[in-house]
Design a protein. Structure first.
Length: 251
């Protein structure tokens, strides 16, 4: 008799476990009754089901962060690279996510991989390295368009790492070094040009006033005298000592 009551209690507990479901705030439940979807998705909170007849599929509405595995890509300029990315998406229509596609997570993952190879294969390496935001926007637009019928919203796509072959890394390093040398030479040439222009202006000023030239000469002597040197040899302009030279006798 006790075993019979125990059996009944166990059966009741199992039935209640099948009939009562609790959904969290971020969850929705798509209920099928005898294979047919029952109205709109349920939840959150307490959900009552008819045991055996009803079946509920839980769907999370939280944003999923999916790491796309590294893909072998040949760019438009025939460079072989490995690229991985991260995709942020979430379910906005639980019913379509369950009914219209068998496994929305797997489908979005596979679509992300093929789209990544396709889009990057149409871009050149320089564009991929220097205009990554543009590539990310293009990927997000394509994925969002193709997953919209599944009730999926792709909010963001980010290309994470671009692995280049060793020879390509060395070539890019040489290119960057050559670019730095080119800029250094341009800056040096611009400095020489500006200095020459200033010297030209100074020569014009000094040529208009000979006394200014002599004052500049004396200033230079003072600067030289400030150096810690034991012997200094410098020429004197003849005009400076002409006043101290004896006049030649008239014949």
């Amino acid at each position: 008799m006790i075993s019979a009551w125990l059996f009944v209690i166990v059966v009741v507990v199992i039935i209640l476990g099948m009939a009562i479901k609790i959904l969290n705030e971020y969850e929705r439940g798509v209920i099928f009754r005898l294979g047919r979807v029952l109205g709109k998705p349920k939840g959150p909170g307490l959900i009552l089901l008819i045991p055996i007849i009803d079946k509920m599929v839980r769907v999370s509405l939280r944003t999923v962060v999916h790491d796309v595995p590294a893909q072998d890509v040949i760019t438009k300029d025939n460079v072989s690279i490995k690229v991985n990315a991260v995709v942020y998406f979430r379910v906005i229509d639980p019913m379509r996510a369950i009914i219209d596609v068998e496994n929305f997570y797997l489908a979005t993952s596979q679509l992300s991989q093929t789209t990544l190879r396709s889009v990057l294969g149409q871009a050149e390496l320089d564009e991929l390295l220097s205009h990554r935001e543009k590539i990310n926007e293009r990927l997000q637009e394509i994925l969002d368009k193709h997953t919209e019928p599944w009730g999926i919203k792709v909010s963001n796509v980010e290309v994470k790492n671009v692995d280049l072959p060793q020879e390509m890394q060395r070539a890019i390093a040489r290119q960057a070094e050559a670019e730095r040398e080119r800029r250094a030479k341009i800056i040096s040439a611009e400095g020489e040009f500006q200095a020459a222009a200033k010297f030209h202006e100074a020569s014009d000023v000094l040529s208009q006033n000979p006394m200014a030239l002599q004052l500049r000469y004396l200033t230079t002597l003072v600067e030289i005298a400030a150096e810690k040197s034991s012997t200094i040899i410098f020429p004197l302009p003849i005009d400076l000592i002409k006043a101290f030279m004896p006049k030649s006798s008239e014949k």
